[in-house]
Design a protein around this ligand. Structure first.
Ligand code: CP
Ligand code: NVA
Length: 310
């Protein structure tokens, strides 16, 4: 039986952990990464099962959760909408009741955040957001760990987002408040941030720029993402036109700090949101960033199921 001592916690948005808990998770990610590289066996989740529910496509999220659970001594089960009863209209509340009686932890990739919240409200075990239309906290956690490894503490630094006001952008802004850095945002005026989703405390960490070059000035990290997220495919042609000036290219990187990093959660479209020169260039850390999904999610699952190891 799981959860004997650890109180039930979910990870539905970046705000679900405190600044101190992030400090612990970042330290722990480093330790687990070291164990992985050293082929050291570490099975705190022996006999535990992770259910992974996908209502949208994935490469990195599926692989990093599945491999991560295996490396921690547990087992992962992949479920998707196409061949489960979820795809035939079984209520998400009922699915959560059932799945959480057979497994120890659940990752969900779905559309609206409300679906994830309804799922979590009916789950007896921790639920992790594997991406919703609104947020992608595991990815931003991996990105911050990557920054931490390569450049140290992110507090006081400037992170610039060039492109769509999407799930990644809003998650970065939540992280800016919790980890105390500045978030510069620039996107076309026809696709603005929805200020009603941004708290006063978050707004203090946000600066919006009309011109993406201005947004990149002095940045320690420049990051972007696809212009059309999953679920918005019908808008693709219109978005290609609207976002054309928001490509992260060499000119924009040249005004950032000389040692600025470039990140992209992937998959990427070279020649759209990022030039080949940047994503395949010396400032890009996209492969380290992708790998780090594995390490931070192992730390997160271990934390949610076992609490802190001192
Ligand atoms: N970055 C990310 O979440 O990738 P996948 O869609 O491949 O999982
Ligand atoms: N914003 C993108 C991220 C993909 C990992 C999407 O939601 O499709």
């Amino acid at each position: 039986m799981t959860q004997l001592k650890v109180p039930l916690r979910h990870y539905l948005q970046f705000t679900d952990l405190s600044t101190d808990e992030y400090a612990y998770i970042l330290d722990r990610s480093k330790i687990l990464k070291h164990k992985f590289k050293a082929y050291e066996t570490w099975h705190p989740l022996h006999d535990r099962t992770l259910a992974m529910i996908f209502e949208k496509n994935s490469t990195r999220t599926r692989l990093s959760f599945e491999a991560g659970m295996f490396q921690l001594g547990g087992h992962a089960v992949y479920l998707n909408t196409r061949d489960t009863q979820l795809g035939r209209g079984e209520p998400v509340e009922d699915a959560a009741q059932v799945i959480s009686r057979m497994t120890d932890i659940i990752m969900v990739r779905t559309f609206g955040q409300d679906i994830l919240e309804r799922f979590a409200a009916n789950s007896r075990v921790p639920v992790i957001n594997g991406l919703t239309n609104e947020f992608h906290p595991c990815q931003v956690l991996a990105d911050i760990f990557t920054f931490h490894e390569l450049r140290g503490d992110i507090a006081g630094k400037v992170v610039t987002w060039v492109g769509d006001a999407n799930n990644m952008a809003y998650t970065w802004l939540q992280a800016a408040r919790i980890l105390n850095f500045q978030f510069h945002f620039s996107g076309p005026s026809s696709y603005p941030l929805d200020m009603s989703r941004i708290s006063e405390a978050e707004a203090q960490h946000l600066k919006v720029f009309d011109n993406p070059v201005d947004a990149c000035m002095g940045a320690h990290l420049v990051t972007t993402d696809v212009w059309t997220s999953m679920g918005f495919e019908k808008e693709n042609q219109e978005r290609l036109k609207a976002f054309a000036d928001w490509i992260v290219d060499e000119q924009k990187m040249s005004v950032a700090q000389p040692d600025a990093l470039f990140m992209h959660c992937l998959p990427a479209h070279r020649g759209e949101e990022v030039s080949s020169g940047v994503i395949d260039g010396p400032q890009s850390v996209v492969w380290e960033e992708a790998e780090n999904r594995l390490h931070v999610q192992k730390a997160l699952m271990e934390f949610l199921l076992c609490g802190q190891f001192n």
